[in-house]
Design a protein around this ligand. Structure first.
Ligand code: ZN
Length: 244
C-alpha cells in the first residue's frame, strides 16, 4: 500500500494540489496535522483531503482555530493568521477538525503532530530531542511534523541507548526502514522552512517498509496573491518565496 505522508499543509491549496498530483498514484493519505493557519484556503484544503481515503491528526494551529489552545503562545504573525482563519473557516471544517486526535497508531506506525511525548507542542529538531522521544512510542517507526523541516532520525537495533543519527533526506531516493527505529518528518507542504521553497512530502510503502522524501514545485505566487488579497501578514507571504 502506497501512503502519501503530508504535514503542515497550512491552507496552501496550490502547494497541496501540486503534491496530490506529483504523488499520484497513492492509496491513502496520512496527514500529520496543521491543515490550517498561515495560508488563504483552509476550507478548500480540508475538502481536498477529505476526497481521499485518509487519516488526519490535529496540530497546534488546528486547535488554536477551534479555541482549544491559547493563541497568546503564537508569534504576532501566526496569531493574526489564526484569527483570520477563525473568521473564514466554515462549520463543516470546524466540525471535522474538532474530532481529530493529535496522536494515533495506524497500521503499526505511530503518528504524532509534534512528538510522541508532547504531540501538540514539542519540536523534534535535533538528535537529543529525538533520542528522548524514542522511549515515548512502542512501534518501530514514528512519523511527526510540526517543524516544517524534512529529516529522519535513526537508532540502530544493536545500539538502543546509543546516539541517535540524523539523516537529512535524499530526495527521490527510496530508503529501506527494515532495521532499527525511526522518527521521520516529511517536511511541510504549505510552508517549508529548510531553505527550499518547494512543497515537501514523503511516500511510505507499507508493504516494503520503505520511505521516499520528495519535493515538488508549485505556483507560489498564486498562494501569495490570495494572501495579499485578504491582507495576511507580509512576512508570511514573503517567506514562501525563500522556504524559510
Ligand atoms: Zn505547522
Amino acid at each position: 500500500m502506497r501512503c502519501l505522508v503530508v504535514s503542515d499543509v497550512h491552507a496552501n491549496l496550490a502547494a497541496f494540489e501540486a503534491v496530490l498530483h506529483d504523488a499520484n498514484p497513492f492509496d491513502v493519505i496520512w496527514c500529520l496535522g496543521d491543515m490550517v493557519g498561515y495560508g488563504p484556503d483552509p476550507n478548500a484544503c480540508i475538502d481536498r483531503l477529505r476526497e481521499h481515503p485518509h487519516v488526519c491528526l490535529a496540530g497546534n494551529h488546528d486547535w488554536a482555530v477551534l479555541g482549544k489552545l491559547d493563541i497568546r503562545g503564537f508569534n504576532a504573525d501566526a496569531r493574526i493568521a489564526n484569527q483570520w482563519t477563525q473568521g473564514v473557516i466554515n462549520q463543516a471544517a470546524r466540525d471535522y477538525l474538532r474530532n481529530l486526535p493529535p496522536l494515533r497508531v495506524e497500521q503499526g506506525y505511530t503518528l504524532a503532530h509534534g512528538s510522541p511525548r508532547q504531540p501538540i507542542w514539542e519540536y523534534i529538531l535535533d538528535p537529543l530531542t529525538a533520542e528522548l522521544n524514542f522511549t515515548a512510542f512502542e512501534t518501530q517507526i514514528c512519523l511527526v511534523g510540526h517543524t516544517h523541516v524534512p529529516v529522519s532520525f535513526y537508532i540502530s537495533d544493536d545500539n538502543d541507548d546509543g546516539p541517535c543519527e540524523p539523516r537529512p533526506p535524499r530526495c527521490g531516493k527510496v530508503v529501506s526502514l527494515a532495521d532499527g527505529r525511526w522518527i521521520i518528518n516529511p517536511g511541510s507542504v504549505g510552508q517549508p522552512r529548510d531553505g527550499d521553497p518547494d512543497a515537501s512530502y514523503a511516500i511510505l510503502d507499507l508493504d516494503a517498509n520503505t520511505l521516499e522524501h520528495r519535493r515538488v514545485e508549485y505556483p507560489i505566487e498564486e498562494t501569495q496573491e490570495k494572501m495579499r488579497e485578504v491582507k495576511l501578514p507580509v512576512r508570511l507571504i514573503e517567506r514562501l518565496s525563500v522556504g524559510h
